[in-house]
Design a protein around this ligand. Sequence first.
Ligand code: BGC
Length: 748
Amino acid sequence: MATMPMTKLLETLPRPSRLTIAALALALAVAPALAQSAQPPRKPAGPWMNKTLSPDQRADLVIKALTLDEKISLLHANGWEMGGPETLPLRALGNAGFIAGIPRFGIPDLQMADATVGVTHSSVFGRYSTPLPSTIAEASSWDVDLAREYGSLIGRELRDQGYTMTLGGGVDLTREPRNGRNFEYHGEDPVLAGTMTGAEMKALQEQHIIGDLKHYAMNDQESGRSFVNVKVGKRAMRESDLLGFEIALKGSGAGAVMCSYNLVNGDYACENDYLLNQALKKDFGFQGFVISDWGATHSTAKAANAGLDLEMPEADYFGEALKKAVESGEVPVSRLDNMAHRILRSEFAVGLFDNPPDRRVPDVFHGLEVAERVAEQTIVLLKNANGQLPLAASNIHSIAIIGSHADVGVLSGGGSGQVDPIGGNAIPWAVSNGQVWHRSSPLKAIRAKAPGAKVAYDPGTDTNAAAALAKASDVAIVFVNQPTGEGDDVRSLSLPDQQDALVSAVAAANPHTIVVIESGGAITMPWIDKVSAVLEAWYPGTRGAEALAGILFGDVNPSAKLPVTFAKSEADLPHPVEMLQPPPRQGEEVPMFPGAPWKVNTRRFDIEYDEGLLVGYKWYDAKNKQPLFPFGYGLSYTTYSYSGLKASSAQVTFDVKNTGKRAGAEIAEVYATLPLAAGEPFQRLVAFKKIALEPGESKSVTLDLNPHYLSIFNEDKNGWELVAGEYTVEVGGSSRDLPLRGTFRTGD
Ligand code: BGC
């Protein structure tokens, strides 16, 4: 598509503008078709419509009826929105991907939308979708029911718009805290990330939408993502990032897995036999299809035989080239059939044949209500000195709100995980630096909670002016932000634009300074000792400000806990300096986003994830480093106590009591340290549960221990092994606050 003028124009623009322009043009081009119907006319067809047969039996019956060309037509796309609207068939709804079905067999169109934190690109078509808090926030709830609600809402809104497949489901671990896409993932622990993503995707698929897990695998940084070769050991992979995928897959039965741009141990992820055939399909038992990330296919026979089933977003390798490879025997017919089978099977399994999309007006009120509830359950209280929070509106005469456009909005993450802001960007594009701000105003929400107080706003651009307002106010609330997005990593965990200096100046002027952080992941806080309270709000979505005000004024008792470690400084990270790509050679074009250049770019470089399976807190625990805030940490307006641990290899039982005066919900975390013979002398999360407790109430909690989560991956045997010996189990409210300790033995 590189030769097309539209594409060339688009490639010169930042991604949000490209998408907007492309989508606008597309809307004009396809409007007449959309006005009629987004779906092909369907004829009731064939024996595969017998619902008593299994998805596999039904898929096989379809395969028997298809010609070679028809099978191949299911295995690649024919254009995408960023390739220019002229590349798209008329039935395409105009999001990230489209594959035409075959109406005479009832095979549905695959209408794919990016939908990590809500359905993207709605506004240009005059549609609505809810911008939810980011998935790193969702993970902070540690609440499986909330994850289900999150997935269910996205699934419903996809279906309302006529889509049949999501491209969400980010489960790469936060191995590199500067990764620009951490906000789209579910934190640094495989059990937490896998469980939450699994619950989300299961609920999404119940809406008759094909679920997706991405980006498989080891796509843990954006720098050089199209050509970086990740070097990492098998055991380390299987016990970290791949375990997250495995758990998410088993919890959801997701119909698709998206292979990533990068190479892993010498082979591109989308033609990596170990990742696709051996681990994913054989060991995890994945029965759905592998879809390439956009432009991540690099070969025909090698990719097909290594396990890639579907090329996106064009047909460079899986169109005519695949036909030739099948005819010449390079790709066996049985493999071709299996590729088509996997796609059809996923379509049958989620009910796409039996329940074609039924477009309708989305339930906006429900969406907003879910967005606010999710935000309330996902904002983490990190510091609360002297009971600074919650604020008592009746005692406060003046509040200073400072920084981060808090008069009008809250920040969104960028790239394909960005949902269009309802009503448009809260900040004029000309001054937004390409960032999107949802129209959820902290200033207004705080004013509504403190109607008797004078609530004034200062943009924070002039430190002295901000400090002066803070000094003249009873309380100062400073909003700070760290924008992140697809295609780029942050160069540093420090806040950009002198915001650290702003916080320090405000804190020096007012002893009641509260900091609210809007970020996609961890940041450093050189001012932590100077402020009285800190809230991590992540990118909190379209009702973020309302949820935040509820927490600030105590209508909501915070319960969320960190799904990632916050380091004191970058010096404590496994790689203090990010393993960036080498500088471009003179005259060389280095794509930030995939586009035509991915096809010609041959430069590769290695990064060695030599921390291996020591991802996140495991690194800090093994190296005896004190983090700023540990994994699993988060405060509440009440307190909890733990007692009475009984542990066996099958389950743990303990009591949790609310020892304070407010109702709350405690996330109880269970960690295990394996016998010495396992060679892993550090703890790992093995179970967790969120428990609602009235003041003074105590509950007995029993959690099953999954032997898989207690095992190590034995490379020689290519399997999981429960090492015999003594296991230590610790239970408490954070990875660094575990008051209960017990042991059990296995295998003696
Ligand atoms: C991203 C994927 C996304 C796809 C389609 C790629 O650049 O890495 O996450 O689903 O584009 O927009």
